[in-house]
Structure formats: structure tokens, C-alpha cells
Design a protein around this ligand. Structure first.
Ligand SMILES: Cc1cc2nc3c(=O)[nH]c(=O)nc-3n(C[C@H](O)[C@H](O)[C@H](O)COP(=O)(O)OP(=O)(O)OC[C@H]3O[C@@H](n4cnc5c(N)ncnc54)[C@H](O)[C@@H]3O)c2cc1C
Length: 306
């Protein structure tokens, strides 16, 4: 059965940006719910040590996200985890309905999208069948599942070389497959530079990859139990796509974008972006109350709308 929740503001994504925004929205006296598809914390959860946060010598990403979560909860923010926002609908008065994967509906006067970036996949249709069954996008999170087992790292660019090096200390062998990039790797790594993956194979669990050279002249099959995909990151912006025009003027529509999704890079910028968005949200909500009061005000009497 569907249930419904109402808040002045709903924040989607409980990474550092969303949690920073939600805390400050709560601190300014507005009702706020934050929705998170997984567990709260976002990308920093897997960062062992953050050393560039002003005023803090060093802190693990896990500890920092726990503090951010506690701060949000202490400001009366309701935190809902393990449920993904799948649709966002706006009515003609700029009120929003958010539907979660579980079927729960939430209603809000304004929305903050803090959904960050997500890993680009290989584009192979069978990839989704092997998620959690051999395919991973995070060597730090899942590498230990493949200790002494054959794995491949596929891609290039940011994080790719680090993932190869990390896995090379535990997994044997480590195949490095890069359609274009060049990567300096250790002895335990077999390199396929200028090759791409054409198929993933396995009986429910990944067991092999089919490879082809870029000139299509050579083909190989390699046996692996793990495939770590590092094809880069892209904005997690599906909820935003129907609203591109509205999002360009949040002060009018109440649809705000913050954090990595809004283009920040470092954690400090990301948290600052969340805090700054909270200020804009508060201004928007206060204006909306005033506007509605003026709209509904009788000759002698103000109407309280929230
Ligand atoms: C390995 C690693 C190490 C890093 N180390 C540092 C560092 O040392 N210093 C530094 O300054 N920066 C570092 N960064 C960058 C930092 O992590 C980012 O700046 C920050 O995480 C971005 O925060 P965000 O809240 O915008 O997005 P994210 O952290 O990506 O959080 C977005 C959240 O939204 C959720 N979400 C997405 N879609 C939905 C949906 N439809 N419904 C509900 N929830 C959804 C996601 O599950 C996620 O939890 C590092 C990043 C990584 C990956």
C-alpha cells in the first residue's frame, strides 16, 4: 500500500552535498526529508583519509559522513535510506511529487537534487545481469572479494590506474584492458591496450570476457571472476531531464541543484555548495509563504499556509 509524506523541502541524495544542505535547511526551521537510494554518505564513504578539509588534519570519509548524518538528524531532518527516487513531477503551482522505488509518494514545496555523479557502464547489454555477480565499479569496495582470483580492470582515466595497482596486490592475475588509454602497471598485470570487451560470459556469475583488438584483427577469451569498470563518471541527472528549463531559475520554481551534480569537484566545494543551496531554499520558502499569505489574505486576517 502507498504511503505519503509531506515536507517543505525534499533533498534527493544523502552524499556530502545533500546532507550539508538538509542540515542547514533544518537549522533554518524548515521541515526537510532527505532520500537516499543506498546508505547515507555518498562517494566519500569509501575514502580512507581526507586531508584537504579546512580545519581538520585528517578524517576518514566514513567518520565524516557519520558526523554529517548526525548533524542533519539533530536538525530534525528525516533521513530515508535504501529507497531510490524514481520520478519527480511538478504541478502548475511549483509543488513537487516524488515517487520512490518502494511506491511511497512524497510531497514538497521545493526540491534539492544532490544526486552526484555515477559510473559510466560498458554499454554491453548483459552487464546489468552480472552486477554484484562479478561486475563492480569500485576496486576499494569490492576488491577483497576477489583475493587470489583472476580479475580485469576495464577503461582509462581517473581512478583506473589506482584500481589496477590496488587489485594487483591481492588478485592474480589482473588483466588491464583499455580501449585507448595507456597505463603503467606492475609485473602481475597482463595488459590489453587498444582492446575492448565484446561480451561478458558466465552461468549467472561472471566467468569470462570476450575481447577484440581495435583493428578487429585479433580476438581473445580470458577467464576472470571479477570485472572492474572504470569508464569515467556522468551526472546522475535522470530526475532533472524533464526540468532543464525550470532548473535554470530555482528562485522561481523551487527546483535546486547542488554538489557534484552542480559541477563541484572537491569535498569542501561540495559541502559549501550544499550550505549555499540551503540559504537559497530558505529564501524561496519564506518568499512562498509571504506570497501565499498575500494571495489568501482577507481584509482583516492573514492565513497561515504551512
Ligand atoms: C574514491 C574517492 C575519493 C575522494 N577523495 C576526496 C578527498 O580526499 N578530498 C576531496 O575533497 N574530495 C574527494 N572526493 C570527492 C568527493 O567524494 C565528492 O566531492 C563528493 O562525494 C560529492 O558529493 P555529492 O553529495 O555531490 O555526491 P555523492 O557523494 O555522489 O552523493 C550522491 C548521493 O546521491 C544518491 N542518489 C543518486 N541518485 C539517487 C536517487 N535517484 N534517489 C536517491 N538517492 C540517489 C547516491 O546514492 C549518493 O549517495 C573523492 C571521491 C572519490 C570517489
Amino acid at each position: 500500500m502507498n504511503t505519503a509524506l509531506t515536507a517543505e523541502c525534499i533533498v534527493i541524495g544523502a552524499g556530502p552535498a545533500g546532507l550539508s544542505a538538509a542540515s542547514q535547511i533544518g537549522a533554518r526551521g524548515h521541515s526537510c526529508v532527505i532520500i537516499e537510494a543506498n546508505v547515507s554518505g555518498g562517494h566519500i564513504l569509501i575514502t580512507p583519509e581526507i586531508t584537504d578539509y579546512p580545519g581538520i588534519e585528517a578524517i576518514s570519509g566514513y567518520t565524516l559522513s557519520s558526523v554529517l548524518l548526525k548533524q542533519a538528524q539533530s536538525k530534525n531532518v528525516t533521513v530515508m535510506t535504501g529507497d531510490k527516487a524514481v520520478t519527480l513531477v511538478q504541478d502548475h503551482q511549483n509543488r513537487y511529487t516524488i515517487t520512490l522505488e518502494s511506491g511511497t509518494d512524497l510531497y514538497a514545496q521545493c526540491v534539492v537534487l544532490a544526486t552526484g555523479l555515477r559510473s559510466v557502464n560498458t554499454g554491453l547489454p548483459e552487464e546489468s545481469n552480472y552486477l554484484g555477480k562479478g561486475v563492480s565499479y569500485c576496486a576499494e569496495c569490492d576488491g577483497f572479494f576477489f583475493k587470489d582470483k583472476p580479475v580485469a580492470v576495464y577503461g582509462s582515466g581517473d581512478g583506473f590506474t589506482e584500481a589496477v595497482d590496488l587489485l594487483a596486490s591481492d588478485c592474480k592475475p589482473v588483466y588491464h584492458i583499455s580501449p585507448s588509454g595507456v597505463c603503467s602497471t606492475g609485473d602481475s598485470v597482463s595488459s590489453f591496450e587498444g582492446w575492448h570487451i565484446t561480451a561478458l560470459e558466465g552461468d549467472g556469475i561472471l566467468s569470462a570476457l570476450r575481447l577484440e583488438s581495435q583493428d578487429h584483427k585479433q580476438k581473445r577469451k580470458i577467464e576472470v571472476e571479477g570485472l572492474f569498470v572504470y569508464m569515467g563518471k556522468e551526472p546522475a541527472d535522470e530526475l532533472l531531464k524533464p526540468f532543464l528549463e525550470e532548473a535554470s531559475d530555482p528562485a522561481r520554481t523551487g527546483l535546486f541543484i547542488t554538489g557534484h551534480l552542480a559541477g563541484t569537484e572537491t569535498l569542501v566545494e561540495t559541502c559549501a555548495s550544499g550550505v549555499s543551496t540551503a540559504g537559497q531554499v530558505s529564501g524561496y520558502l519564506n518568499r512562498k509563504v509571504n506570497d501565499l499569505q498575500i494571495l489568501y489574505q482577507g481584509e482583516d486576517e492573514a492565513v497561515h499556509v504551512f
